[in-house]
Design a protein around this ligand. Structure first.
Ligand SMILES: NC(=O)C1=CN([C@@H]2O[C@H](COP(=O)(O)OP(=O)(O)OC[C@H]3O[C@@H](n4cnc5c(N)ncnc54)[C@H](OP(=O)(O)O)[C@@H]3O)[C@@H](O)[C@H]2O)C=CC1
Ligand SMILES: CC(=O)C(=O)O
Ligand SMILES: [Mg+2]
Length: 751
């Protein structure tokens, strides 16, 4: 079953927020002073302009050309949706640009050209050549795409690559190598049926034939059925090249006894009867997007022995060109390639196939929340496999160098691989890991503030993302009308709405609370009011009684107040050793700051406790803790009474014999900067700190908010640590996504 159900509203909201579309541009140079302006623009810019005019190769040094790819379409074959026009294709093209960046750190711009005339298209792209290091053509229908690509390759001196042709063919080949390996068949022997003789289809069958598939064993079909020798209807020269001598006329006839079905046509083109008629251990790649020719459920229902792949990310075996184009271009750009040739594509296919057969490291398992091992449900690496970035581009680059398309060959391959590892943002895999853990935990999450639209949207996302059951505390009428206003009316049936006024556990909760509060000045009436009217208290009671597995609240009231209310039910205060830790994610770095929630003015023992809590949170996130006790002084200078406790806190940890690195006191720059640490050769941190323990809650709050407002850091937290049950407190400025992140942290029981 597909895991995550995506609604139309969610898809539109994703594209609408936080700003319309999916990407924006950032400058890489400072642009603050008069001098910056003089260097970046007139007069300074004249110098690189003249250098490039004299030696065009230097454009790779002085401009962003060498890491810039255009994703260009005219929208004539948008996924499997047909001709949606240039503008209608823009979301897909923006998406491909984002994938380029996310998976291979390639900068990319989408360009939609409003023409179906190949000559106009070719001219427009050719004229843009100087801007880019490569051209990725996308979703242009056949046969025009063949003419366009061929001419542009001839006329341009940078890689021109039609992704739907070659990207698809490469991934299909990689998947098929492994699927045949599992089914014990050889490519030379198998009978292959290809449905769809367009851009993707023709390229797939050509590559498979180049890899050994026999012409007479391959039957190609299109809307008119089998492409046989002598057929005249709906033909073109590219289809003719694959026409075979046969009496078969329909896809249904062709499928009988076929070993392999490759679908690059449209949704639902294959029936269960067709699958039933295939040979033993059939391989079915139903690659049409967004909906496959047949779903894996339908195929498996009639053939348990089938190896099934689709183009989608919500089923196992995603045979999708996303596994290819980012890495093919990464490798090509890094050698300043003139082209992406067949050898580079085949190297990519083999590298991908080989990677899937290797042991899957823990970090991949962590990211997917399950262990993956080579077999019927894992024939191809998963798109979020962090090894792809440093395994595939070197194979592509090497093939390019071996075949003479490199303008600037890579001398030190080891250094290149090392550099590739560093290109990816480690925060992404941490967030993915947390999501996967939350999904595996399937926690029943209590969302206390069911009257807040952000919380309701987070609850719907939580449940629809497959994290577990969302329990929303609120009045059913109110929740229903707010969901409807948010365009999520159909979610009412999915969420469990808990109304404090009607709960069967009311008396139990009251007795429990009275027991805790009767010596703190609360009488039965006070307790009745708290349980019935305060949703933070009520939700905490639900959690305390096991009527939910985690709790998220705090989006509507200040965190100090919410914490006070929760403390009626739990011991989540400073005296009981709780702490709040906030994660700042910025420019590929994660730094945790504590205490951001519980201790106002911690002493040295509290500081040591906070450090231990923060270290625990860091380890839960997959980080090896390096703690710095920070202040305005470094190792005793300047001397100040205010810095004293930060100076002593590390010695408290010395006495406790903890199993993580810590040091202090020091200023933040020394804590975070390895170079600055060199001035203190005796200090014990082995690298920049990833946990900063600050002197007081005000300094914690100032640091976090300054980073958020001035630096644009992503803030996750404060994460409440040291309470018996997972409770997370959002801030009043949280977005729906922030609330969801807190729910994920609670589900992972990260505190
Ligand atoms: N998983 C992946 O990575 C990728 C998947 N695809 C998917 O492949 C499909 C085709 O894309 P693309 O090649 O770019 O598009 P094209 O428009 O170039 O080609 C479409 C082909 O499909 C054929 N076709 C359409 N409907 C049927 C049908 N009912 N039965 C048989 N054949 C049919 C057309 O036949 P005719 O020639 O008679 O018109 C044509 O040959 C899309 O669904 C796309 O999403 C594409 C690229 C990558
Ligand atoms: C994946 C892709 O490129 C397509 O379906 O068109
Ligand atoms: Mg495409």
């Amino acid at each position: 079953m597909p895991k995550a159900k995506i609604t139309n509203e969610e898809a539109l909201a994703f594209h609408l927020e936080p700003t319309p579309g999916k990407w924006e541009i950032n400058a890489t140079v400072p642009m603050t002073t008069q001098r910056d302006l003089s260097l970046a623009y007139s007069p300074g810019v004249a110098v690189p302009c003249e250098a490039i005019a004299e030696n065009p190769e230097t454009a790779y040094d002085y401009t962003n050309k060498g890491n810039l790819v255009a994703v260009i379409s005219n929208g004539t074959a948008v996924l499997g949706l047909g001709n949606l026009g240039a503008l209608g294709s823009k979301p897909v093209m923006e998406g491909k640009s984002v994938l380029f960046k996310r998976f291979a750190d390639v900068n990319s711009i989408d360009i939609e050209l409003d023409t179906e005339d190949p000559d106009e298209f070719i001219k427009a792209v050719r004229l843009m050549g100087p801007t880019f290091g490569g051209i990725n053509l996308e979703d242009i229908k056949a046969p025009e795409c063949f003419i366009i690509e061929q001419r542009l390759k001839e006329e341009m001196d940078i890689p021109v690559f039609h992704d739907d042709q070659h990207g698809t063919a490469v991934i299909c080949a990689a998947g098929l190598i492994n699927a045949l390996h599992i089914s014990g068949k050889k490519i030379e022997d198998v009978k292959i049926v290809l449905n769809g003789a367009g851009a993707a289809g023709i390229a797939c069958i050509e590559l498979l034939k180049a890899m050994g598939a026999r012409h007479e064993n391959c039957i190609v079909c299109d809307t008119k059925g089998v492409i046989y020798q002598g057929r005249t209807e709906g033909m073109n020269q590219w289809k003719s090249a694959h026409a075979v001598k046969t009496d078969l006329r329909t896809l249904e006839e062709a499928m009988k006894d076929a070993d392999v079905f490759l679908g690059v046509s449209v949704k639902g083109a294959v029936t269960q009867d067709m699958v039933k008629s295939m040979a033993d251990n059939p391989v079915i790649f139903a690659m049409a997007n967004p909906d496959p020719e047949i779903t894996p459920e339908e195929a498996h229902e009639v053939r348990v022995d089938a190896i099934v792949a689709t183009g989608r990310s919500d089923y196992p075996n995603q045979v999708n060109n996303v596994l290819g184009f980012p890495y093919l271009f990464r490798g090509a750009l890094d050698i300043h390639a003139r082209a992406i040739n067949d050898e580079m594509k085949i190297a990519c296919a083999h590298a991908l196939a080989g990677l899937a057969r290797e042991d899957v490291p823990d970090e991949v398992a962590l990211a997917y929340g399950k262990s993956l091992s080579f077999g019927r449900d894992y024939i191809i690496p998963t798109p979020f496999d962090p090894r792809l970035i440093h395994r595939i581009p070197p194979a592509v680059a090497k093939a390019g160098m071996d075949t003479g398309v490199a303008r600037r060959p890579i001398i030190d391959m080891d250094a290149y691989e090392h550099g590739l590892r560093g290109r990816m943002d480690p925060t992404q895999s941490i967030l993915r890991g947390l999501n996967a853990r939350a999904r595996a935990a399937q926690s029943r999450m209590i969302f206390a503030e069911g009257d807040d639209p952000r919380v309701l949207r987070a609850a719907v996302m939580y449940q629809r993302s497959g994290f577990g059951k969302a329990l929303v505390v609120g009045r059913p009428e109110d929740v229903r009308s707010k969901l409807e206003t948010a365009g999520l009316g159909d979610a009412v049936r999915e969420l469990e709405i808990i109304n404090a006024a009607n709960t069967q556990h009311f008396e139990t909760y009251k007795d429990f609370l009275y027991e805790r509060l009767n010596r703190k000045g609360f009488d039965r009436k006070d307790v009745h009011r708290l349980v019935g009217r305060d949703r933070h208290v009520f939700s905490a009671l639900m959690l305390a009684h096991g009527h939910g597995d985690g709790l998220v609240t705090g989006a509507t009231r200040k965190s100090a107040h919410v914490l006070d209310q929760i403390n009626h039910v739990f011991d989540a205060d400073a005296t009981n050793g709780s702490a709040g830790v906030t994660a700042l994610l910025h420019k590929g770095r994660i730094v945790l700051i504590g205490d951001t929630l519980v201790h106002e003015w911690p002493d040295e023992n509290d500081l040591a406790n906070i450090a231990e809590h923060a270290a625990g949170v860091a380890r839960h996130m997959g980080l090896e803790p390096r703690v710095a006790f920070v202040s305005f002084s470094t190792f005793g200078y300047p001397v100040s009474e205010r810095a004293e406790k930060m100076h002593i806190a590390p010695t408290v940890l010395d006495q406790r014999g903890v199993d993580f690195e810590y040091e202090g006191e020091m200023t933040v720059d020394v804590a975070l900067n390895a170079k600055a640490q060199e001035a203190y050769p005796f200090q014990r941190l082995t690298g920049p700190a990833n946990i900063l323990i600050v002197p007081a809650r005000h300094s914690a709050s100032i640091s976090v908010k300054l980073m958020q407002e001035m630096g644009g850091a992503t803030v996750v937290g404060p994460i409440l640590s040291g309470v018996d049950k997972p409770i997370q407190i959002c801030s009043t400025t949280s977005t729906a996504n922030d609330v969801l992140n807190m729910a994920v942290l609670a589900a992972c029981n990260i505190g």
